[in-house]
Design a protein around this ligand. Structure first.
Ligand code: GLP
Length: 229
C-alpha cells in the first residue's frame, strides 16, 4: 500500500489527476473505474483541462441510486455528466442503470460489460465515514459482485446534504461489489477532510473485517492512498 500525504485538497486533486494522466499516457485505451461523492470533484476539474487524453478510454462508475432518473440532478449519471463527461469525451462511459425494470439483470449485465472491456485498469475510490466503498455498506461480503443494496441510514444522512430533504434520498442503490472493486489492477483511494480521520485510522489500524468494508483494500497488491489529513 503506497500512501501519499498531500498538503491540502488542491494538492490531493493534482496528485490524483497526475496518476490518471500517467495511466492514460501509458495505455490510452485504459478502462477507468470512477467514483462520485465530493472528494473526486477537484480531480475531475483538472482532468477537464486535458480532455484529449480520454478519447480512447472507457469508464465504469462504481454505483448509482435506485429510482432516480438520469435527468435527476442527484443521480450519479447527471453528476458525472456535469463534473466530467460534458467536457471529457471518453469512448464509452457506463453507470449502473438504477431505473432498470429488472435490477438483478442490470447488475449481471454490468458485470459482463466490465469483463468484456478487459477489466478495470485503474479504479478511483472514495471512503465512506462508516468504511463503505462504492455503496458497499458494513457487513457486505468481501466476495460480493455488482448488486442492489439497502443504504445505511448514516449514509443517507451523509448524502442528504445534496438533496432538499432526507426523505428524498433513495433507500437503495446498485453498486459494484467488493470483489468487483478488488479485481481492478490498480486502485487509488482518495481521502479528504476532518470527518474522515476516524475512518482513515481504522483503515490502517483496524481488523480486516466485513464490518469495515474498506479494510479489505489493505490486501490489494497495487493500491495508492492519497490523502490530505
Ligand atoms: C458516497 C458514494 C461513494 C463515495 C462516498 C464518500 O455515498 N457512494 O462512492 O466515495 O460516499 O463521499 P464523499 O467523497 O462525498 O465523502
Amino acid at each position: 500500500m503506497q500512501v501519499i500525504q498531500t498538503r491540502d485538497y488542491e494538492n490531493l486533486s493534482e496528485k490524483v489527476a497526475g496518476i490518471i494522466f500517467d495511466q492514460l499516457k501509458g495505455q490510452p485505451d485504459s478502462t477507468l473505474g470512477l467514483a462520485t461523492g465530493s472528494t473526486p470533484v477537484g480531480t475531475y476539474q483538472l482532468l477537464k483541462k486535458q480532455p484529449e487524453h480520454f478519447i480512447e478510454a472507457t469508464t465504469f462508475n462504481l454505483d448509482e441510486y435506485v429510482g432516480l432518473k438520469e435527468s435527476h440532478p442527484q443521480s450519479y449519471r447527471y453528476f458525472m455528466q456535469e463534473k466530467l463527461f460534458n467536457t471529457v469525451p471518453v469512448k464509452a462511459s457506463y453507470i449502473p442503470n438504477g431505473s432498470a425494470t429488472d435490477l438483478q439483470e442490470e447488475c449481471k449485465l454490468y458485470e459482463q460489460k466490465i469483463q468484456a472491456s478487459g477489466g478495470i485498469d485503474l479504479q478511483l475510490l472514495g471512503l465512506g465515514m462508516n468504511g463503505h466503498i462504492g455503496f458497499n455498506e458494513p457487513g457486505t461480503p468481501f466476495d460480493s459482485r455488482t448488486h442492489v443494496v439497502e443504504l445505511a441510514e448514516s449514509t443517507r444522512q451523509a448524502n442528504a446534504r445534496f438533496f432538499n430533504h432526507l426523505d428524498e434520498v433513495p433507500t437503495q442503490a446498485i453498486t459494484m461489489g467488493i470483489e468487483t472493486i478488488m479485481e481492478a489492477k490498480k486502485i487509488v483511494l482518495l481521502v479528504s477532510g476532518n470527518e474522515k480521520v476516524q475512518a482513515f485510522d481504522r483503515l490502517f489500524r483496524g481488523e480486516i473485517e466485513e464490518k469495515f468494508p474498506a479494510s479489505i483494500l489493505r490486501t490489494h497488491p497495487n493500491i495508492t492512498v492519497v490523502h490530505d489529513l
